[in-house]
Unconditional design. Structure first.
Length: 331
């Protein structure tokens, strides 16, 4: 009997110590902001701040105390004015400053012979495979004649009667996850190129009311050689692959460290890998050889683990890819 009571007493003491340690850890939790990132842009008239801090004391946003959970988590929303909005988060002696820019959700059609500001696309350097469609767009006055010159090629851009822009995934955080419809002023056109190498910056041309102007695009166009693609290795512990070249695009399965793939396209800091996913360049390193690797997803399995779904992608992995059969990842 003494042994049983002694065990119970010992267990109670240990649980008390664990709870005390957890309380101390919670009280020492630093001020952390998960969303939004600094220099974030949005078309919404408000923004959510999602983060946490130690449960003690107050968290202030621009001097205003905000409500938090007992564990110290918070998710208040604040209104946004057009243009730049500066926010300062404070908790005890910690401080986070960031800028959120609210932009118009519909393009401003320019008056006179001009392109709308920052409307020429692609705006970043891009690289594509030979004979892969490359599209250009611009916003200009209605009834104008718009085209793009790239090398010795002239690509006409045609007015779009209605263009639907889908919102980014993050729009759900601001209740603005509805498509944006542009009805005039949007010109688009696509073409393919077979010449390997750097084709330079496209030149956009606009003719309207008897006047013609030209403006150079900010993104260079490069055509990659199909028989000598860059080969990269994932150096992040779990490389974040997405459906497109933006953090606003949906996530695919994480790529295990050591995964090797060929690069079939680039857009700014993003790389498109041979299986179709996009990953940030900073999560990879370029390999000195260009031997094309082969990594094939052979199937998808899933099982419920606690309150989550665990998805398993069995991989056929020949050398030199250094990942195991049935590599597992989490979202």
């Amino acid at each position: 009997m003494k042994t049983i009571w002694g065990a119970i007493a010992f267990t109670s003491i240990m649980l008390g110590r664990i709870n005390l340690d957890m309380s101390v850890a919670a009280s020492e939790k630093p001020l952390y902001l998960a969303y939004p990132p600094n220099n974030h842009q949005t078309t919404s008239d408000k923004i959510f701040f999602i983060g946490s801090a130690s449960a003690s004391g107050e968290v202030l946003i621009n001097g205003q105390p905000i409500q938090r959970s007992q564990a110290g988590y918070f998710a208040p929303s604040f209104p946004l004015k057009m243009g730049n909005n500066i926010f300062t988060l404070r908790h005890e002696n910690q401080e986070i400053k960031l800028k959120v820019t609210r932009i118009a959700n519909t393009p401003t059609i320019p008056i006179g012979v001009a392109f709308a500001k920052d409307s020429l696309a692609p705006s970043l350097d891009i690289a594509r495979m030979p004979n892969e469609s490359i599209c250009f767009s611009a916003i200009a006055p209605a009834n104008a004649t718009v085209s793009v010159r790239l090398g010795d090629r002239i690509i006409p851009l045609f007015p779009q009667s209605q263009t639907v822009q889908l919102p980014p995934n993050s729009a759900v955080l601001t209740s603005t996850n509805q498509p944006t419809i542009s009805r005039e002023g949007n010109y688009q056109g696509c073409s393919t190129f077979s010449t390997i190498g750097n084709l330079g910056n496209p030149i956009f041309q606009l003719s309207f009311n008897g006047q013609t102007i030209s403006q150079q695009g900010t993104g260079k166009i490069e055509i990659l050689p199909s028989d000598g693609l860059q080969v990269i290795e994932v150096i992040a512990q779990s490389g974040v692959a997405r459906t497109g070249p933006s953090t606003d695009r949906s996530r695919l399965t994480p790529l295990p460290k050591g995964t090797i793939a060929s690069v079939t396209a680039t857009e700014g800091e993003w790389l498109r890998l041979d299986y179709g996913g996009w990953i940030k360049r900073e999560e990879t390193r370029s390999l000195p050889h260009n031997i094309p690797p082969k990594s094939l997803i052979r199937g998808v399995n899933y099982q419920q683990v606690g309150g989550a779904t665990e998805i398993t992608f069995p991989l056929q992995v020949p050398v030199p890819i250094r990942i195991q059969q049935g590599e597992k990842g989490s979202f």
